[in-house]
Ligand binder design. Structure first.
Ligand SMILES: C[S@@+](CC[C@H](N)C(=O)[O-])C[C@H]1O[C@@H](n2cnc3c(N)ncnc32)[C@H](O)[C@@H]1O
Length: 277
């Protein structure tokens, strides 16, 4: 298979997931009801970006835009969201309209984002569940750098590659069964679900095939450096935004998931702050 076929499968799968996620709630009504609300995902990192007034922000792989609208609420001058899933963006536009915020959503593969949007940005942001859909981390890092103004900030929070290397069957404990390093061929899954709890009435996922790649922490950091960025901070984080192993994880009152036993044995997320000189 080619990259194009892998992307086509992932787009169809994410279009189905968009409908399922919207039916699950996904915090959408809360954002519409409370005009001052920032999604918990963005709220934990917003302080890192300082005053966003008069800043131009692009959110890569923005999905339903539940995090994206927080940048508009924080006063950013221009907010752009990019995603491969047209169904995610159709819903994201309606959510932004219902929230009364101005966000431009652009339908594009992240690898084509530079050509798909005008101008440069003060902040390039992307978070949680993003790099695993991308075959080539060096190409992604070059796109990130090309979108930044000189002095602009890049931020990513994502699932840690060690977390992503653990196999699905944890009945006998955590086992490293999937590649830690980037591979030419993806891990291909056939799965009817997603990471949300959805009501029985939710639309089913009919495009069940998806393709994922893992990228080591060294590959991610080196790709950003090779693309010309300066790394300002690298954090490894012992909690996750989602729960792949209900029997081994506990959700805290703030919604974060940790390993119930000995939670410090495995990083579940990482975060990188970088800038373009
Ligand atoms: C897990 S979601 C991002 C989630 C975000 N943290 C949220 O919860 O809203 C992953 C998103 O990446 C998008 N995506 C996957 N591959 C992509 C690609 N090659 N280019 C652009 N977007 C892509 C999917 O369509 C999906 O909306």
């Amino acid at each position: 298979m080619t990259n194009e076929q892998w992307f086509a499968d992932n787009q169809a799968n994410w279009n189905d997931r968009a409908a399922l996620h919207a039916a699950s709630g996904y915090g959408i009504q809360e954002l519409i009801d409370d005009p001052s609300l920032i999604s918990p995902e963005l709220a934990q990192d917003l302080h890192r970006f300082g005053n966003l007034t008069d800043r131009d922000v692009i959110h890569l792989q923005c999905h339903l835009g539940t995090d994206t609208i927080g940048f508009a609420r924080a006063g950013a001058r221009r907010v752009v969201g990019v995603d491969l899933s047209d169904e995610s963006l159709r819903r994201a536009r309606a959510i932004a309209r219902n929230c009364g915020v101005n966000v431009k959503y652009v339908h594009a593969n992240v690898y084509d984002a530079r050509a798909a949007v005008d101008g440069d940005f003060d902040l390039v942001y992307t978070s949680v569940g993003v790099l695993c859909w991308l075959p080539n981390i060096a190409g992604w890092a070059r796109v990130v750098a090309s979108l930044l103004k000189p002095g602009g900030t890049f931020f990513i929070r994502d699932d840690h590659p060690m977390f992503m290397a653990i196999g699905e069957d944890v009945s006998d404990g955590l086992k490293i069964e999937q590649p830690y390093f980037q591979q030419d061929s993806p891990m291909t899954w056939d799965y009817e679900g997603s990471y949300v709890e959805a009501p029985e009435s939710a639309p089913p996922i009919t495009h069940t095939t998806s393709h994922e790649w893992n990228h080591s922490l060294g590959e991610i950091v080196s790709a950003l450096i090779d693309a010309g960025l300066v790394i300002d901070r690298l954090e490894e984080i012992p909690y996750s935004a989602w729960c792949p192993w209900p029997e081994l994880m506990t959700q805290e009152p703030d919604g974060r998931w940790r390993l119930t036993d000995n939670p410090d044995r495995l990083p579940l997320q990482f975060a990188i702050e970088a800038h373009k000189p």
